[in-house]
Design a binder for this molecule. Structure first.
Ligand code: FE
Length: 499
């Protein structure tokens, strides 16, 4: 099925302007930890929406007044919104990682950040310092009766799901050893054929070096490891996310090389030492989930991918929908991220890759050129052919810009709907929640945190996923802002907020 650029089918026009100072305000630190029932609500929270939304992201953008140089270097803070019987309770807590506690006590940065932050004092203060702070800021998931905050280069932190207090590093019953990584991008197979149709959590650990070791680990709903296998791949690989199908874990090995010298010498962060090699292809790595067959590596159009939307199998073909950049959207050196020039940035676009397992040929098509990131879909469709994708998007149809809108792609009819918070609203990952008892793939809600620069506060916005042209079903006004975050998840479990 050819998918054309369908930006002309958008059902709602949008303002295309934003103010960079508005955007910048959303990256102020949130020092306070709050705990309250949300009482300033426009519209109505659906009575059937019951459970807990957790979201992770940087909470502090400075350490005792020392600004960090890239938001991805910010210490993790969990936002929790609990829904029950049409009411919602808010709580946020900074994660007490060892590094967070030490730096708060010292009153200054003690670590270099992976993405750009250097310790004060110039290169002499940073030279040969390769200590890594596990900042636990990228994702959070409730699985096997554990709430885990994840960061891709180290072990997860376990938190109390009621109070959000930090319990400590969690080595997953001995699966991980100190120093091991566990990705911040697990996937849930809703019906794992290898486990009799039970759901399972699939995640991976990466060990980088001259070659790359990927360990796949799969967990049953009780949190026990049911499969684990390690694969060695040639060359350096920067792997952020993974897609799954019933039979494969799928990675994209971006065409980047890593020269650690400027990092070791204290001039640059580790991420600033990544270099895009436009003459190399992107490699698609297919690792069979059964743990018995070897990995396959195929070449695809050159691009850089952080996040995959979904993947599925069809006969001897595999399809993968991903947010692709035509080069590495690297953090600018010597530029404070607060001064980012979005017009100079590279937009992420929704691409579809088609892999033929027999001929080993791959092809790709651009589904849409709008700048997008943070895809979400119905959890029952993970790894399966699907129709609807929801994704954070720029308000304007082309060019790089902050995310201010949510786009719903109908991948069958090629139509789109867009809900926009522009010009003064900014947002991140929309999360699709199915309506209990619903049968249609888009019968559910989208939860999205929107920073409202006009009020300098954030809203929890609940959209009707079936029709983004409707006004939001509810807009829950928080009493404060929340810095722009990264990934989150939802569980039907209810944790009493009164404890
Ligand atoms: Fe991510």
């Amino acid at each position: 099925m050819p998918i054309k650029d369908s930006s002309t089918l958008i059902s709602q026009p949008n303002p295309t302007t934003y103010s960079i100072s508005d955007w910048r305000q959303g990256y102020q630190s949130l020092y306070d930890e709050h705990d309250y029932w949300i009482d300033d609500i426009e519209g109505q929270i659906p009575a059937e929406l019951n459970g807990t939304f957790f979201r992770n992201g940087p909470g502090l953008l400075d350490i005792h007044g020392y600004p960090i140089d890239h938001p991805f270097d910010g210490d993790g803070m969990i936002v929790k919104v609990s829904f029950a019987n049409g009411r919602a309770h808010f709580r946020n807590r900074h994660i007490r990682t060892a590094g967070f506690v030490a730096e708060q006590k010292a009153g200054k940065p003690l670590y270099r950040g992976v993405f750009g932050t250097q310790k004060p004092g110039g290169f002499l203060a940073n030279i040969f310092d390769t200590k890594i702070k596990n900042i636990a800021n990228t994702n959070v998931i409730y699985w096997g009766d554990k709430l885990l905050a994840m960061w891709e280069a180290a072990a997860p932190h376990r938190l109390d799901p009621q109070t959000l207090e930090t319990i400590g590093l969690d080595y997953l019953d001995g699966l991980l050893k100190p120093g091991d990584a566990w990705s911040a991008h697990p996937r849930i197979d809703p019906h794992c054929a290898m486990d009799g149709g039970e759901p399972c959590l699939v995640n991976f650990s990466v060990k980088i070096g001259p070659s790359t070791k990927i360990t796949i680990s799969e967990f049953n709903p009780q949190g026990q490891v049911v499969r684990k296998h390690t694969h060695s791949l040639p060359g350096f690989a920067f792997l952020h996310d993974m897609a799954i199908t019933p039979n494969y874990c799928i990675f994209f090995q971006n065409p980047v090389s890593y020269n650690p010298l400027p990092f070791l010498l204290g001039f640059r962060s580790a991420a600033q030492c990544l270099q895009f090699n436009p003459k190399q292809p992107t490699k698609i790595i297919l690792i069979p989930r059964n743990g018995q067959d070897p990995a396959q590596i195929l070449e695809a159009e050159k691009c850089f991918v952080f996040h995959h939307a979904n993947a599925w199998e069809a006969g001897d073909e595999i399809f993968i929908d991903s947010v692709a950049y035509n080069s590495f959207p690297s953090p600018e050196t010597d530029v404070d991220f607060r001064e980012t020039d979005f017009d100079k940035g590279i937009p992420g676009e929704l691409w579809r890759f088609r892999v033929n397992l027999t001929t080993k040929q791959t092809e790709h098509q651009v589904i849409d050129k709008r700048c997008v990131e943070f895809p979400s879909l119905h959890p029952e469709m993970v790894g399966r052919p699907y129709r609807y994708l929801y994704i954070g998007a720029a308000a304007k149809p082309t060019g790089n810009a902050p995310l201010q809108a949510v786009v719903k792609f109908d991948l069958v009819t090629e139509k789109q709907q867009i809900w926009s918070a522009a010009p003064r609203g900014f947002l991140g990952e929309p999360l699709f929640l199915p309506r209990p008892g619903g049968t249609a793939e888009d019968d559910g809600w989208l939860l999205v945190l929107v920073y409202d620069a006009a009020q300098h506060r954030s809203d929890v916005v609940i959209l009707d996923a079936a029709d983004l042209n409707r006004e939001p079903l509810a807009r829950l006004h928080l009493k404060h802002h929340i810095p722009y975050g990264l990934h989150g998840s939802f569980t039907g479990e209810w944790f009493s907020p009164s404890l």
